[in-house]
Ligand binder design. Structure first.
Ligand code: XMP
Length: 519
């Protein structure tokens, strides 16, 4: 796949915010990627970056073994912005001084602007904000106390005499605060000032430009060959399929494996969205009986996952075998998967991706057109490609499907109960207009039955648990503060409409300590 030219490379010094910096740059319509600080000057120059941003980091420049960059990188003449640790490193490396003053600053801090300066003052005086003071977010314990030669101070805070500095000739800038976080209200403007003015970059990375370039890349990779894509109903595989279809038309075939553990009307949804509205060649395989048979009597969560994952692959491979010799496999791998793999340059394939895991040995070459994108960018691409909202804004759904939401043995009857309850939960979230504010919402069927009373009669029915979480990336999550009225409506509807369920509970566990799924 081709990459956009002249990316802004975020050099990662172990910051918790490196991803956030890259996202902010992309929000300014300039393509950005994260690279490790160990990158050599040669590797870096090969990427022909339009600018560099040195991230923050937890270490002090005075500690032995603290992360550094190769000094030749400064000689490349690339416009550079240092943030927090990154700013300290620039000051330290170019002949200034960083001191452990013993007085740090944490949280919201007033930043006083000096008169001259491109990064802060030019922007502040061009806007209507009072141009002498800004609120910024600080988190540092060392301070820059002397600047390298030819640099000027452009701002200070109560505890940081040099809170921002620059050398416009060399196009090197440093800020002690964090412009990338929401707590620095002018942060995005400051980053844009660096990108557009400091580095002279143009905001031309858009969903449309991404699609155009991706199509050329896919066509070059696949040529006249054929590709297949497993569709799970999730947004990533859906967008990847739509994009590849744009590029190679009916040389792509999609496969939807119905495991019997899908959400209500999932299969129909996918068939409608792809075969009918996108005109994509789609094979639907009903493998539900095979799945239920293999899962009979199994209660241990990991064993269930293993059985489902393996069987999925077998069905998928059987189907691929019957197709006309596809030798490319389309995957909806995203940038966070690549970053989490620990390598910034090569994608490691996750064992439980959208298709539920792919075998180690395959005669397929992978096509991963989304591997440089974040989830929200994938959604924007999906919208641009004309995918319906209900696909683009679909909540994530695990590969093993409802199999990890039916606790204890999985039976068709339990899955039917759960499917109905789950459909009600999701429909009510949609009706309340909350779908796009919540990361995931679903129902869980624990292996518990409880006593109740309905119409003067004793009942002994199943418990259903509602799960709704907010999250940025599923690594951490908080239980959603749903309105009581909404919870009440869901509970009433589930008990009235799903025979066999007589009690509803709401899960108020965050991640950590819980996980989003129950198994
Ligand atoms: P947990 O339960 O670990 O889930 O907090 C984090 C996110 O990952 C999804 N998930 C999976 N996705 N295959 C997938 O494709 C899986 O086996 C799997 N298990 C969990 C989960 O729905 C949540 O969004």
């Amino acid at each position: 796949m081709t990459k956009p030219q002249h990316p802004v490379l975020v050099v990662d010094f172990g910051a918790q915010y490196a991803q956030l910096i890259a996202r902010r740059v992309r929000e300014a319509h300039i393509y950005s990627e994260i690279v490790p600080h160990s990158i050599s000057a040669e590797q870096l120059a090969d990427r022909q970056p339009g600018a560099l941003i040195f991230s923050g980091g937890p270490k002090s420049v005075h500690i032995d073994g603290s992360p550094r960059i190769h000094p030749d990188i400064y000689k490349l003449g690339i416009p550079t912005l240092g943030i927090c640790y990154g700013a300290q490193l620039i000051a330290h490396d170019l002949g200034g001084k960083v001191t452990h003053t013993g007085i740090g600053e944490y949280g919201r801090t007033p930043l006083s602007l000096h008169k001259k300066g491109m990064l802060l003052t030019t922007w502040a005086s061009a806007s209507n904000t009072p141009n002498t003071e800004q609120q910024v977010w600080m988190s540092h314990f060392d301070s820059i106390t002397h600047l390298p030669e030819d640099f000027v101070i452009t701002a200070h805070t109560p505890q940081a005499p040099i809170a921002a500095f620059e050398n416009t000739q060399q196009r090197i800038f440093g800020v002690q605060f964090h412009p990338e976080v929401a707590h620095t209200p002018a942060g995005q403007k400051i980053l844009e000032q660096f990108l557009y003015e400091g580095a002279d970059l143009s905001p031309n990375w858009t969903t449309k430009s991404f699609i155009d370039e991706a199509i050329v890349g896919i066509q070059t990779q696949i040529g006249q060959n054929r590709a297949i894509c497993g569709l799970s109903g999730g947004v990533d595989s859906a967008v990847a399929a739509a994009l590849v279809h744009r590029a190679i038309g009916n040389h792509l075939t999609c496969v939807f494996v119905d495991t019997g553990l899908m959400r209500q009307n999932e299969g129909q949804h996918i068939i409608n969205a792809f075969r009918r509205s996108q005109g994509i060649d789609l094979i639907a395989v009903d493998a539900s009986e095979r799945f239920f048979a293999s899962l009979a009597g199994i209660t241990e969560p990991e064993e269930k996952r293993k059985i489902i994952g393996e069987l999925f692959i077998r069905v998928f491979e059987d189907t691929a075998e019957q197709m006309n010799k596809a030798n490319f496999l389309v995957q909806g791998t995203l940038y966070p998967d690549v970053i989490e793999s620990g390598s910034h340059t090569a994608a490691k394939i996750k064992s439980h991706h959208n298709v539920g895991g792919i075998p180690e040995k395959m005669n397929f070459e992978l096509v991963e057109p989304l591997k440089d994108l974040f989830k929200d960018e994938v959604r924007a691409i999906g919208t641009e490609l004309g995918l319906p909202n209900e696909i683009v804004w679909r909540h994530p759904f695990p590969g093993p499907g409802l199999g990890v939401r039916v606790i204890g043995e999985i039976t068709p009857h339990k899955v039917t109960l759960l499917t109905k309850a789950d459909a009600i939960v999701r429909a009510e979230i949609t009706a309340a207009g909350l779908e796009q504010h919540i990361w995931q919402t679903f129902a869980v069927l624990p292996d518990i039955r409880t006593v109740g009373i309905m119409g003067d009669e004793r009942t002994y029915g199943h418990l259903v648990v509602i799960r709704a979480v907010t999250s940025e990336d599923a690594m951490t999550a908080d239980w959603a503060r749903l309105p009581y009225e909404l919870l009440e409506k869901m509970s009433n509807r589930i008990i009235n409409e799903v025979k066999g369920i007589n009690r509803v509970a709401y899960d108020i566990t965050s991640k950590p300590p819980g996980t989003i799924e129950w198994e």
